[in-house]
Design a protein around this ligand. Structure first.
Ligand SMILES: [Zn+2]
Length: 249
């Protein structure tokens, strides 16, 4: 390259330099990658160490969790009673296994309303997201409403369905709440079976017992239970365990 051209390029670089530019990551200037020359003289992109964190923040933003939910960490789950201590321990075990083995196992949090099932499910999601695993939270009834509303248009319906079948982990909160219609059953089966066939785990919280889930629909229930691979936490049914009612009754 001749010297004139180099001088022009240098001047251009100088002019483009923005003073006092703030980067979250000064190493890669927020590009997520740095560039180095490999042994063959080619320039290659190397993921910066900030990339995983950046991706996990993106995953958090896509998770469907509200600000309130983001406080529901595993550590903030109060465990005084034996069943709470056990539930917390099992959930931690599930997370540890998941991270160690790249698990495709699901998790079932079943039983007593108001006992902290949602809290533990969210806490699990938060841990997985922090480890850069994409998780999506969805209330079961809202999923059914959304699927129903889009069912008249195939493109809309498929796009909606993908919101539940694509995430690495789906947390369906309050599974089987209310009386499912014939159409609802079709949607539920579609979501559960698609994830089952893809080997993609699902976390569910439900007031139903394992027996009741199977009674609802054996095809759906058996898939969820098989996928949970023993990660089933049943909360004891006793109104003193309903923390939402504390001080009211
Ligand atoms: Zn960086």
């Amino acid at each position: 390259m001749d010297q004139d051209l180099i001088n022009i390029l240098n001047r251009m670089k100088q002019n483009c330099k923005v003073e006092d530019m703030h980067y979250d990551c000064p190493i890669c200037e927020d590009k997520g990658y740095t560039f180095k020359t490999d042994k063959h003289g080619y320039e290659v992109a190397v993921p910066c160490k900030c990339l995983a964190k950046k991706q996990s923040i993106q995953k958090m933003n896509r998770s469907g969790l509200t600000e309130v939910f983001k406080q529901k960490t595993i550590n903030s789950f109060k465990a005084d009673k034996k069943w709470q201590i056990e539930a917390k321990f099992k959930v931690k075990q599930y997370i540890e296994d998941f991270l160690k083995k790249g698990s495709n196992a699901g998790l079932i949090l079943s039983g007593q309303p108001g006992s902290g099932k949602t809290h533990l499910g969210i806490g699990t999601m938060l841990e997985l997201i922090n480890n850069n695993i994409g998780c999506v939270y969805k209330e079961y009834l809202s999923m059914l409403t959304n699927l129903k509303q889009t069912s008249m248009d195939e493109t809309d319906y498929l796009r909606e369905l993908e919101k539940y079948t694509n995430p690495t982990v789906l947390f369906l909160d309050d599974f089987l709440k209310g009386e499912p219609t014939v159409a609802d059953r079709k949607y539920i089966y579609k979501v559960i079976n698609t994830r089952y066939l893809k080997g993609m785990p699902i976390i569910i919280s439900t007031e139903k017992s394992i027996k009741e889930i199977l009674e609802f629909d054996e095809a759906v229930g058996s898939r969820i239970i098989e996928q949970a691979k023993g990660n089933i936490i049943e909360f004891p049914r006793d109104s003193s365990n309903n923390y939402r009612l504390r001080g009211i009754v």
